[in-house]
Design a protein around this ligand. Structure first.
Ligand code: SF4
Length: 133
């Protein structure tokens, strides 16, 4: 596998042995920890976009606050595709909390909606719910 922890991109080999995993090719301990996690419980931070009701910002960038299991990414993307942000949420605001019961929030990573609300005060009140499906 290729380590994605830093830009070096080391090629790491992992072998299962009776005494545990034998990890080679990594240049540092972080690479070994990454390789072990990839074998036992791979996780990722997910970045994507969510639709909004705002014509001048029809989508807003979001990411998971922390990593989620890699095998849940497809479910997460399907769920996020059902959402529409209806409030001018600022950077760091949760679009959805504890998404899919994974213990992670999905948060806005841009101020584009808040800036839109500043320029269009009629949007500042938003809609009571932070999202709708
Ligand atoms: S093993 Fe260490 S040096 Fe190599 S890519 Fe991973 S974090 Fe970077």
């Amino acid at each position: 596998m290729t380590c994605i922890v830093c830009p070096n991109g080391c090629r790491i080999q992992v072998e299962k042995k009776a005494e545990g995993l034998a990890i080679t090719g990594n240049q540092c301990k972080r690479g070994a920890a990454f390789a072990e996690a990839e074998i036992t419980n791979p996780t990722r931070t997910v970045t994507t976009t969510v639709r909004t009701v705002f014509p001048r910002a029809p989508v807003v960038p979001v990411r998971t606050r922390g990593e989620i299991p890699k095998d849940k990414i497809r479910d997460l993307m399907a769920f996020l595709n059902t959402l529409t942000v209806t409030e001018p949420l600022g950077i760091g605001a949760a679009v959805v909390k504890n998404v899919l019961g994974l213990g992670r929030d999905v948060v806005v990573t841009s101020n584009v909606l808040a800036e839109e609300a500043d320029e269009s005060p009629e949007l500042a009140g938003g809609v009571p719910k932070s999202y709708k499906s």
